[in-house]
Design a protein around this ligand. Structure first.
Ligand code: CUK
Ligand code: CUA
Length: 670
């Protein structure tokens, strides 16, 4: 038995180096004895487990991390991460603790391999819902995925995600992990405080960010204070339909501060919503006119305002018609919100970013980018202060509760606190952007007796944004794991050019106090994910194949017009040619389609395979068409045969030994 090199590459974690490592080495030695094949291959890594550990310079912490994350082939992960795909406009699905990427879900952005927006009429209709004033917008910046909840816990049914760039929200159904809907916010060209759901997913919150006139109609920026406005939108979710219902949704006009993140109250604070803001200075970026740049102008004051919104009451006001119409969308005017007591402000320390509600709904945790503390507000104290009647207002007449009246505690954590998640031990975890670290701190009564203090920090690599603990923003966090979403990854991976990946770091938080261990680095090569939520895998119940042949993902039901085996055909009606085609390993029926140049082509497909993973493609070059047809799925393409020629279509998924034979001819006669 060889000895492990202890701690050489993982300073600062002497714990578990004793008995635990002996046990691990013992376990590995057993494995090694079983697989010691003695096949030395000259200088490479080979031999038994201890040989490998020595050859690869692995410390005891490295070995522990490997044992914590190694997931044998065929074993599934305990947790699933639902991650935003950042400015790739997608959502990522990742297994934890293995950190294996399982799926990209195309959302706002066309994606050929999923057949998302490359001819499939249903997917193009979803993408078209995201058009902005008729203009096709085919990229997005996804920030905050929100899993649907029942009684404040993830229920595994839906995910929502916002597009910060375009002020849009999408709905994904977790039965097939496909995007079903995009809604464009009619009153805001951008957003940020979304998406967050209320504890039973009645409402999906989409808060704004950079103020414009509502509906973004032109107004001179000199009129900023009078004409520009902030907003928060509450989208009503129809769970039975699996869709947001814009006709039951509404927004609130807010002062032209730059609203930032929001979160929904839960349990004791159910029915309330909390949003941060910055730029309460009302800076307008007049650098060429001798003014200050935003980074200074929007950070001049010591305080910004936490927006405390009575959502239940606001919904009543909206339902009773207390709204004005902005671009066809009902908006509660700011003065109405003031008169009806829907909106209160509480000062919050300098340039806040994250607002996160503690698991019991009793505390609101605010992180200020330029303040080394997290500030913890008591919901009970805020309610008492509202009851007592605030005496101050801001320039727009919104009542202000004093910080002293609302605050429960402040905990000094380090530089650049951004976002907080929670665990099952009464700890909060806050990302420290400037320190590139995660801080663990204890909540006070009723979470922990010795609370409101920093417990320890662990460095991350580097420039962390969000963090997420397992089910860490629900009413019952699981603890055990934390994922740090790092924006920089210099020196962590081979640099494939100057554009580096993002870095998700998995951290073991099962210990106490300062005991945390970095387990794994996962490079994310696509874009900058902002937030993830982590759900227990057994809460998800996805389709393995579509439940019936001819299933239409757009309606989640069988399409009566879907092509059926034995009923394949081509029909001509004037200049329109309609094709009903089936796909099965390894052929299309029919295999030859002849049309005339200028014909309208309507082409229906059903993948009649029922075996799991027996996906077929339909790649039609020259016409920018590629479909992905999962087992049982039906889809339709429609196009004008505007180019004559001989076009060869083929199956773009290697589905069988005779996959190359799965092809056909599309002949367009001039
Ligand atoms: S934001 Cu990106 S790090 Cu959009 Cu939640 Cu804070
Ligand atoms: Cu079907 Cu290849």
């Amino acid at each position: 038995m060889r000895h492990w090199r202890l701690g050489a590459r993982s300073p600062g974690r002497p714990r578990r180096a004793g008995l635990a490592v002996v046990a691990m080495v013992g376990a590995l030695a057993l494995v090694a004895a079983a697989c010691d094949s003695g096949n030395g291959n000259g200088g490479g890594v080979s031999g038994d487990a201890s040989d490998i550990a020595e050859a690869r310079n692995l410390s005891d912490d490295d070995i522990r991390a490997a044992l914590m994350t190694y997931t044998p082939s065929g074993v599934h992960d305990e947790y699933i991460l639902i991650a935003s795909g950042g400015h790739a406009g997608q959502v990522l699905v990742i297994g934890m603790p293995s950190m294996r990427i399982l799926r990209t879900i195309a959302v706002f952005t066309p994606e050929p391999w999923q057949g998302w927006g490359y001819g499939n009429v249903a997917t193009e209709e979803v993408l078209d819902q995201g058009n902005i004033e008729g203009k096709e917008i085919n990229w997005a910046d996804t920030h905050h995925p929100a899993l649907s909840e029942t009684e404040g816990d993830y229920d595994g049914q839906f995910v929502f995600i916002n597009d910060k760039a375009g002020g849009r929200v999408a709905t994904i159904d977790l039965r097939d992990f496909e995007t079903k809907q995009i809604v464009k916010n009619p009153i805001a060209i951008n957003d940020h405080g979304g998406t967050f759901v209320t504890p039973n997913t009645e409402w999906i919150i989409e808060g704004g960010q950079y103020a414009t006139p509502l509906g973004w109609d032109y107004a001179p920026i000199e009129n900023y204070n009078e004409q520009y406005r902030g907003m928060v939108t509450f989208w009503s979710f129809d769970r039975d339909a699996g869709r947001i219902d814009p006709s039951q949704s509404f927004a609130m006009e807010l002062p032209p501060y730059w609203q930032d993140l929001c979160d929904a109250g839960k349990l004791v604070s159910d029915g309330w919503v909390f949003c941060n803001s910055f730029n309460t200075e009302l800076a307008t970026g007049a650098t060429l006119e001798g003014g200050e740049p935003f980074e200074a102008g929007a950070s001049a004051r010591d305080n910004d305002y936490l927006h405390v919104i009575n959502l239940n009451r606001a919904a009543e006001v909206a339902a009773a018609g207390g709204t004005t119409d902005v671009k066809g969308f009902p908006v509660i005017p700011l003065q109405t919100s003031i008169d009806e007591g829907l909106l209160h402000f509480v000062p919050e320390p300098k340039s806040p970013h994250g607002v996160d509600i503690a698991p019991r709904g009793d505390y609101i945790v605010i992180s200020g980018k330029l303040d080394p503390h997290v500030t913890i507000y008591s919901f009970e104290k805020i309610m008492a202060a509202i009851e007592a009647g605030p005496t101050e207002t801001d320039d727009y007449g919104v009542p202000i509760i004093s910080l002293d009246d609302a605050m429960e505690a402040q905990v000094e954590l380090g530089l650049g606190p951004l976002h907080t998640n929670f665990d099952d031990q009464g700890y909060g975890y806050t990302s420290l952007f400037l320190d590139s670290a995660v801080a663990r701190w204890s909540l006070g009564d009723p979470y922990r007796e010795d609370g409101w203090k920093l417990e320890g920090t662990i460095p991350v690599h580097y420039n962390i944004g969000h963090i997420a603990t397992a089910e860490g923003d629900t009413v019952s966090p699981d603890g055990q794991y934390l994922v740090a979403l790092n924006k920089w990854s210099i020196d962590r991976f081979f640099p494939a050019g100057p554009l580096l990946p993002q870095n998700f770091q998995l951290i073991d938080i099962s210990g106490e106090g300062e005991d945390m261990q970095l387990l794994y680095d996962l490079p994310i090569p696509d874009a900058e994910p902002h937030y993830v939520q982590i759900i227990k895998a057994d809460k998800l119940d996805p389709f393995l194949v579509y439940p019936e042949i001819g299933y239409d993902p757009a309606t989640m039901s069988v399409d009566p017009n879907a092509p059926k085996q034995g009923e394949e055909r081509i029909e001509r009606n004037g200049d329109t040619v309609e094709i009903w085609m089936t796909l099965v390993r390894s052929h299309y029926t029919p295999e030859r389609v002849e049309v005339n140049q200028g014909d309208r082509v309507i082409w229906h497909f059903t993948n009649v395979d029922t075996a799991q993973d027996a996906t077929h493609g339909f790649a039609l070059p020259g016409y920018n068409i590629n479909l992905s047809l999962e087992p049982g799925e039906t889809a339709t393409i429609e196009f004008d045969a505007d180019q004559s020629g001989v076009f060869t279509w083929y199956c773009s998924e290697f589905c069988s030994a005779l996959h190359l034979e799965m092809a056909g001819y599309f002949l367009v006669a001039p």
